[in-house]
Design a protein around this ligand. Sequence first.
Ligand SMILES: [Fe+2]
Ligand SMILES: [Fe+2]
Length: 309
Amino acid sequence: MNATDYCSFAEAWEERATIRTRPRRRVEDDQRLIYPLSRQPLVLSATFQRECPHQRDFALVQSLYKFIHDVVIFETEIVNHTASAIARGRFAPPYPFACRYDAMTVVVDEDYHALVAMDFMQQTIELTGIEPVALPSEIELSRAIPAALALLPEALHQAGELICVAIAENTLTNDVAAFARDESVKDSIKGLMADHLLDEGRHSTFWTRLVRIYWQSAPDPDKRLLAQMLPTFIERYLTNDIQKAFDLALIEHLHPAPSVRQALREEAQGLAFPINRQHPLLANILRFFQGSSILDSPCARDALAAYLP
Ligand SMILES: [Fe+2]
Ligand SMILES: [Fe+2]
């Protein structure tokens, strides 16, 4: 695909974008969970179940707050930094109008997702009376993108950022899907996730196409430099350092006894996925590399050899 073949999804956006079609959701006061147990495995650990099962809802509410806070950072600071530059024609080489218009729908969607997330945060605080205890000021991407860009000459920073954001917009999707299917979770929370997922389906295609257009006209030396930053980006992106730090901070609020807190910290240590070709998000990342045509380049296949089947 080159830039002139680009087909806008503006019609689909008018008909299906959640900001155009969804009423406000209310968090319901029922017995269901506010956050899936599978996404806060500390709660399922033997020590937690034995020593502080009464803290389950507290831990899940805090985990929801972190998730919401992460969404706000991701949408406003990461995705929209790039989407808004493209929409305003500040990306070089500039994309045609149809791409820029679609980029603006992404900006609107993402700001709306951040707004809905903030609404849910407020509603949950009102419903539960629980205030957030430990909200990190960064997400993994806040560190992974600068680390990757540091390997590139200034002239390739925008392109590097575009590829990193496109990768992230192609992985989040599965993450949210698991959430939307969980029967033990409140309908409003599942609805929030399903709404978000609907918009993100459009976004993942958008970013893949934009990278494809960029990649197909990029000079080979640029491609080589961009390919070389990918392993650093993937490694930093898929770490769970921030989640771990959050879990440790949360543990301080779960139990008064230092020995129990120590046992919980040990449980939390074992919860990370190793970063290798079995990592659950890696299949999505590789699918993006294929769809965007990055993997057609030998330099990218070399750089990513450790992750390829
Ligand atoms: Fe979003
Ligand atoms: Fe998105």
